[in-house]
Design a protein around this ligand. Structure first.
Ligand code: NDP
Length: 399
């Protein structure tokens, strides 16, 4: 059916590439382009020989000219950005210059300021619309599936949704005292930032990890979870009818929190550069280099993830609550695509988002958050491509 250019070749891209190759009727031809070409070649070597034609290239995604040249030579129908949030705008610029559709999984964040928000990417709305190309923002799990779940809940189960709690539980154990399940730099920037939630039309800011709840997750059990700011809160607050409050909680074990506190106390999580032996280094980037590569956690991680959303609102004048979630098993993911569940739960929706554009189902010029699109075909695809969802019409609520 079409050609996709996948930019980045880390943990998430690895899964998305496997899934594109499984879905070769849609992904007839893919190009994997990243900073380190040897990683692209290694995955090509593993997957070559199937129906999807694979090529590779080296690209610096911070460089718009390089991106434009690559897109012009390969001529993809869609660009799937699976590099880091820092590259979102340069890749969007290249898509504009070449009139190519764009899909990503994380919103833009400037390198020197750990504050991610949609304003930079929303600024492209008019330009994408005029160019007649589509951008789908946030096609991972959270953001991503959480937005699709929300659109689905609103379409099929509610007249208005008043409260959303997004619960992201990782019950996996990789056996290391401290490691992060995806890019450590991005992960730690997110967790050490102030938390916040949306209530009655405004943001309430909280100290990092200061709001804690316990929840009993199906297939995982009881876990402590902490309120974080998360990017989909910003778009869901705008796009969900009747919303009064949205919160996001993520589980962390005590060992993780203890290590993180210690690293933070000694300054290792800072993004302010320091001088070390005559060279400028960013402590968090140095820490990243010390921590296990998330891609190496796959074979050793056991347990399950359970990620989903609890909604409360009204249907036909009556109060209603509804919980929709996916349970994913780390070892099953590893057996299938040699990756743990965190990359898997992001890489599968990334492939589906690109598929929705390639098949024309989500082609709508402009820049859109995922919950703005019709969710039904995406929901079916989740069941088909490895992330089946479950529903609970009488869930335990979070206070
Ligand atoms: P990784 O660090 O494993 O991979 C990032 C890849 O991008 C690497 O291959 C890296 O190259 C490449 N890259 C970085 N900078 C450049 C550049 N300037 N030019 C070209 N390539 C570059 O990250 P993950 O796979 O864990 O995460 C990928 C994305 O997914 C991130 O944006 C992350 O925020 C997002 N994400 C979204 C989630 C969601 O649910 N929505 C959940 C988890 C992650 P190299 O190999 O040389 O380092």
């Amino acid at each position: 059916m079409g050609k996709a250019l996948i930019i980045g070749c880390g943990g998430v891209a690895g899964v998305a590439i496997h899934k594109c190759c499984q879905n070769s009727d849609v992904f007839e031809d893919i190009m994997i382009a990243s900073r380190t070409k040897s990683k692209c070649d290694a995955i090509k070597a593993k997957l070559d020989g199937g129906k999807t034609k694979i090529s590779t290239a080296k690209v610096d995604a911070d460089n718009v000219e390089e991106l434009v040249a690559l897109i012009n030579s390969y001529k993809p129908d869609v660009v799937l950005n699976l590099a880091l949030p820092y590259q979102d705008l340069t890749i969007m610029d290249a898509c504009l210059a070449t009139k190519t559709h764009y899909v990503d999984t994380a919103n833009y964040e400037p390198l020197d300021n750990a504050k991610f928000e949609y304003k930079w990417q929303w600024d492209y709305r008019e330009r994408f619309e005029k160019a007649g190309i589509t951008a789908i923002l946030g096609s991972g799990f959270d953001p991503g599936v959480t937005g699709v779940f929300s659109a689905y809940a609103l379409k099929h189960h509610f007249d208005e949704i008043n409260y959303i709690d997004i619960l992201d539980c990782n019950g996996g154990d990789h056996g290391y005292p401290f490691a992060t399940n995806f890019n450590p730099e991005i992960n730690i920037r997110e967790i050490t930032a102030n938390g916040s939630y949306w209530e009655n039309g405004k943001w309430i800011e909280t100290k990092p990890l200061s709001i804690k709840r316990e929840y009993d997750f199906k297939a995982v059990g009881k876990k402590d979870m902490y309120l974080l700011h998360h990017e989909e809160l910003e778009s869901l607050a705008l796009n969900m009818t009747g919303i009064k409050r949205i919160r996001f909680f993520m589980t962390f074990g005590q060992s993780y929190i203890t290590h993180l506190n210690c690293l933070e106390n000694v300054g290792m999580t800072s993004i302010e550069p320091i001088m070390y032996e005559g060279k400028k280094i960013v402590p968090l980037q140095f820490l990243r280099a010390m921590l296990p590569d998330p891609a190496s956690l796959g074979p050793r991680t056991i347990g399950k993830t359970n990620i989903g959303c609890i909604y409360r609102g009204k249907k036909d004048g009556k109060d209603k609550s509804y919980y929709i979630y996916n349970i994913c098993d780390h070892q099953e993911c590893y057996r299938e695509v040699e990756s743990q569940a965190i990359s898997y739960t992001t890489g599968v929706p990334a492939m589906i988002g690109a598929m929705m554009v390639l098949t024309g189902q989500w082609v709508k010029p402009g820049v859109h958050n995922i919950e703005e699109m019709d969710p039904d075909a995406f929901m079916d695809a989740l069941n088909k491509w490895g992330l089946p969802w479950e529903e609970d019409f009488n869930p335990v609520l979070v206070d």
